[in-house]
Design a protein around this ligand. Structure first.
Ligand code: 4AD
Ligand code: MG
Length: 483
């Protein structure tokens, strides 16, 4: 007989089932008992809301009741009855309870009290059983679904780009090597270097830092594509916004210029955030309250003016500010924190890279809304970005979000072969190895553009979680690959 004859709590709460016989399965959050009755708050993961199960000691054996402890997994059959108590319209009057899995209360680490996020990170294998993480991962799912829906509705094709590659698309050299060579005793060339000809792929390989270059190849055939996959960067950044393994969404479009690219990115972000607002009401209401409580513990000048839900609504309802890098430098040079030397990195001249303190000033203090920063100096951007008329800047765009900083990086691509190879030469990027990339500029080249959205940064923004480690199930960061 099939085991999975159950109703999910989410469905149970959506309609009226009073009088019907039902089976629930889930994990015990709390149990309150008096001598006449026990009330069990059950959660089955389908929703943030628990469902109340009522167990009468005249019906349910004492032996079973004792084993209903926080964290235990149980199966309950009984009748849905109108609820006496406040907060819920109905409850389940148990006629039979089975213990599927005990959770020894002496040893179970999650107790019905507030645990710190730091502590929960150490027990990431259990933290999804808390309200906060349950909400975060349901919202993360909804956002991933919204991403696919958005592009599918627009006729984009999902391309799976390789995870193991021989190129370093961003040219920053922060890659994880992939090898099957014996690291204690690698084969050597005559010059004494590691002989990658002997390696599995007969060449040096690494985990991908971006699917963009392969995405461009696909866009030169299917016109509008996107990737959504894992991305790996070996940067030693211990910040609240960096992971060594993260997920990135990279649309790439033929026949798009820089402005088309900005329009798409803005519409895309607004649309997936609206989807979450519409489909994750209970979870976001909970996260909104959680964020408000967390704000209370911050210093007054560090608190955000808007609550989480207000912030999301604000982003979906208002146009993003669009300014050039050059305009941003002027604003920053004349800003109070720059003049009072409050920035750690003072902005003195055109050409410097922007630090996250500068990005946050622009978004949170100056414009107070998302900003699309465009046309950066070519020296601080990747080789593939299209050179502007001025010969100094490239058609880059970064989108900056309040509380997050850079959430999107993208550009119109350099489709002119001579410009591209000149740039590669200047930046010491080997052209022979990239023959396949350059072929797209040799055969049927067209203006095209694309961008990359850091998925965890989006989930951070939508859930209001302050640390990126708390929006991916099992974070990978320097010194940390447990679970
Ligand atoms: O700005 P990035 O490096 O751009 C690219 O990789 C391009 N190939 C994208 C494209 O044009 N197709 O990265 C894009 C985004 C960033 O804006 C950020 O949101 C996220 O990826 N990101 C990270 N997220 C978490 N941890 C890290 N270490 C990240 N590095 C980048
Ligand atoms: Mg970037």
């Amino acid at each position: 007989m099939a085991f999975n004859k159950r109703i999910k709590i989410k469905s149970l709460l959506e309609s009226d089932f009073v009088g019907q016989e039902m089976t629930l399965m889930g994990w015990v959050r709390t149990k309150r008992s008096n001598k006449n009755v026990s009330f069990v708050a059950l959660n089955d993961g389908s929703t943030i809301n628990n469902y109340q199960v009522v167990a009468d000691p005249n019906i349910i054996e004492e032996e079973i009741l004792k084993r209903i402890t926080t964290g235990a997994c149980i199966k309950i059959t009984g009748k849905i009855v109108a609820s006496q108590g406040a907060g819920q319209n109905s409850e389940l009057a148990a006629s039979k309870i089975e213990i599927l899995g005990d959770a020894d209360p002496e040893k179970y680490p999650l107790q019905p009290k507030k645990h710190s996020l730091e502590f929960l990170r150490e027990i990431a294998h259990l933290r999804m059983r808390t309200n906060t993480f349950g909400a975060v991962f349901r919202v993360r799912h909804a956002l991933a679904f919204a991403v696919h829906k958005y592009f599918n509705d627009k006729g984009f094709f999902y391309i799976h780009t390789p995870i193991i590659t021989a190129s370093d698309a961003e040219g920053a050299g922060e890659t994880f090597k992939v090898t099957t060579l014996d690291i204690k005793n690698p084969p050597l060339t005559d010059e004494g270097k590691i002989d990658y000809k002997e390696d599995f792929f007969e060449r040096e390989t690494n985990l991908t830092v971006s699917g963009q270059l392969e995405g461009e190849l696909a866009a030169m055939a299917l016109a509008e594509i996107y990737t959504f996959g894992p991305t790996f960067r070996a940067e030693n950044s211990n910040t609240t916004r960096h992971l060594a393994e993260f997920w990135m969404i990279e649309p790439e479009m033929a026949f798009y210029d820089a402005e088309d690219n900005q329009d798409l990115a803005e519409d895309f972000l607004q649309s997936v955030i609206s989807y979450a607002l519409e489909h994750c009401k209970d979870d976001l209401a909970f996260l909104d309250k959680r964020a408000a409580e967390e704000e209370q513990s911050k210093k007054a000048d560090q608190r955000s003016e808007l609550g989480l839900l207000e912030r999301l609504q604000f982003v979906t309802d208002n146009k993003f500010e669009r300014i050039t890098y050059t305009e941003a430098i002027d604003i920053l040079k004349n800003s109070t924190p720059n003049k009072k030397k409050k920035f750690q990195y003072l902005v003195q001249e055109w050409g410097v890279d922007l630090q996250s303190e500068h990005e946050r000033y622009l978004v949170e203090k100056h414009f107070k809304k998302p900003v699309i920063l465009t046309d950066y100096p070519k020296e601080i951007k990747s080789f593939y970005m299209r050179l502007n008329e001025d010969g100094k800047t490239v058609a880059a765009m970064d989108i900056l979000f309040p509380g997050i900083g850079e959430i999107v990086g993208g550009s119109q691509r350099e489709e002119r072969l001579e410009n591209l190879t000149a740039r590669m030469q200047e930046m010491n990027i080997p052209q022979e190895e990239m023959w396949w990339y350059l072929d797209t500029r040799r055969f049927g080249a067209t203006p095209h553009a694309g961008f990359g959205l850091g998925f965890e940064r989006l989930v951070q923004f939508v859930t209001g979680m302050g640390n990126i480690r708390d929006v991916i199930a099992f974070p990978r960061t320097p010194g940390n690959a447990e679970f």
